[in-house]
Design a protein around this ligand. Structure first.
Ligand code: PRP
Ligand code: URA
Length: 218
């Protein structure tokens, strides 16, 4: 089994259990993992998680001529996938998903957390059109209090987004609860469920500040 649910079989929260995902997340956590390796690991984990999250992509049969005969064979239907990273750290996961679906359109949402209140503030939003027809993968490696993900998905819904999946690499229980309660229709894919938040709303044991580790800003 590559995933487990935490609130019950129908809860829309999918915690990954695949050993390769767990191994790579353990490497990410290590304080001695440098920027270059950190970026590669984030990308690789995004590929593995994207593979799971896109399991339900619709297929349509099209005709193909093989060297042997003509057959009807399945292709992913349409080109209606949107990837929406939450800036900054979500950017690190984009190339992993475009490895799987190179034709996906890419939007961006800018959110930063207030250092004192830990509440998110939006500073940018640009989404591909028509957003209402697309399956939307929202990407952010960290789900801590859940504020950034919850507000980002509210923004996407306000602009017409309907079929939304959220992918994070590490989550705190508090973040999953907040996001799931605010948006029970959104499928939440979690690479690893960590223990708790600390007094600064950082995930424990976590990996520190994902944006700083991806971009080498600290
Ligand atoms: C981090 C992270 C998430 C958010 C998670 O971003 O990438 O977006 O915090 O925290 P939350 O669940 O409590 O909202 P941050 O605000 O540090 O911005 P950055 O990616 O630009 O560094
Ligand atoms: N954002 C991060 O990058 N890390 C955390 O642990 C919490 C929020």
């Amino acid at each position: 089994m590559a995933m487990q649910n935490i609130y019950g079989p129908e809860d829309n929260v999918f915690i990954q259990t695949h050993p390769l995902i767990q191994h790579k997340i353990s490497m990410l956590r290590d304080i001695n993992t440098g920027t270059n390796e950190f970026r590669k690991l984030i990308e690789e984990i995004a590929v593995l998680m994207g593979f799971e999250a896109l399991r339900d992509l619709p297929l349509e049969d099209r005709e193909v001529v093989t060297p042997i005969e003509t057959c009807m064979t399945p292709f992913v239907a349409g080109k209606k996938l949107a990837i929406v990273p939450i800036l900054r750290a979500g950017l690190g996961m984009v190339s992993g998903i475009t490895t799987l679906v190179p034709t996906a359109k890419i939007g961006h949402i800018g959110m930063y957390r207030d250092e004192v209140t830990h509440e998110p503030h939006e500073y940018y939003c640009k989404l591909p059109k028509p957003i209402e027809l697309r399956t939307i993968l929202v990407l952010d490696p960290m789900l801590a209090t859940g504020g950034s993900a919850t507000d980002s998905i509210t923004l996407i819904k306000e602009r017409g987004g309907k079929k939304i999946k959220f992918l994070c690499i590490i989550a705190a229980p508090e973040g999953i609860k907040r996001l799931h309660e605010a948006h029970p229709d959104v499928q939440i894919y979690v690479g690893h469920l960590d223990r708790e938040l600390n007094e600064n709303a950082y995930i424990c044991p976590g990996l520190g500040d994902a944006g700083d580790r991806i971009f080498g800003t600290k």
